[in-house]
Design a protein around this ligand. Structure first.
Ligand code: ADP
Ligand code: MG
Length: 237
């Protein structure tokens, strides 16, 4: 068994924040519900990736996180599984709107997140809806009306649907900004800020980014409260 320090050193993890919990170096250490452990086992995963190992214990403490890690490091389950556990604790009515909201820059990425949420969330009986532009609104509005615990959305389309008053974000208490640097590069900052205004201030906010330039630091400072920062490898500004 590795100490937290040696695991972090070995996997180039650096953390900042108060009392950052030690990483979960194995799936057994996570204490995840058995139906979730069964799904990761079925997927053939043998151990958490470094970003998962360090961000899961932080996210399970309901703390805000900024995670900086490159593509392919397993960030999606890094926020989805704590989101599933958050949902189980909430007992919200999905007919009244989602509890977990994930913002993603593109249709392609949003669809991948949706697929991961469906695959790993189905045994927990979670419902998930995906909203993106370049497709008719009708079916997406019908999906919303059926109710969803989790909404994965691109900022443009979600903002359009909010302006139509066809979705309510008043129950959202777990907000994820995935690929925050790309969303800002694509000019989505105004839409992100409008969306966040509709989300209650009492929430957990998780931001994932591959790079850490000043625009991303600024929006993190505005939207997150006392976050734990987790870096994997060298941080690219
Ligand atoms: P990122 O968002 O950091 O680019 P993804 O979340 O898309 O990365 O994950 C990349 C790939 O790794 C996906 O195919 C995912 O299913 C897989 N993956 C996630 N967690 C693990 C794990 N613990 N072990 C092995 N593969 C994993
Ligand atoms: Mg990703």
């Amino acid at each position: 068994v590795l100490s937290a320090e040696s695991y972090r050193r070995r996997h180039e993890i650096s953390v900042t924040g108060d009392n950052v919990p030690p990483p979960f170096t194995s799936f057994e250490a996570t204490g995840f519900p058995s139906e979730i452990l069964r799904e990761v086992h079925n997927a053939g995963f043998s151990a958490p990736t470094p970003i998962q190992a360090q961000s899961w214990p932080v996210a399970l403490q309901s703390r805000d996180i900024v995670a900086i890690a490159k593509t392919g490091s397993g960030k999606t389950l890094g926020y989805l599984i704590p989101g599933f556990i958050h949902l189980k604790r909430c007992h919200n009515d999905s007919q009244l709107g989602p509890t977990v909201l994930v913002l993603s820059p593109t249709r392609e990425l949003a669809t991948q997140i949706q697929d991961e949420a469906v695959k790993f969330g189905k045994s927990s009986r979670l419902s998930c809806v995906c909203l993106y532009g370049g497709a008719p609104k009708g079916p997406q509005l019908r999906d919303i009306d059926r109710g969803a615990d989790i909404v994965v959305a691109t900022p443009g389309r979600l903002n359009d649907i909010l302006e139509m008053r066809r979705i309510s974000l008043h129950q959202v208490s777990y907000l994820v900004l995935d690929e925050a640097d790309r969303m800002l590069d694509m000019g989505f900052e105004p839409q992100i800020r409008k969306i966040v205004k509709e989300v209650p201030a009492r929430r957990q906010t998780l931001m994932y980014t591959a790079t850490w330039p000043k625009e991303v630091r600024k929006i993190a400072a505005d939207l997150l409260v006392n976050p734990v920062q987790v870096n994997i490898g060298n941080v690219d500004e």
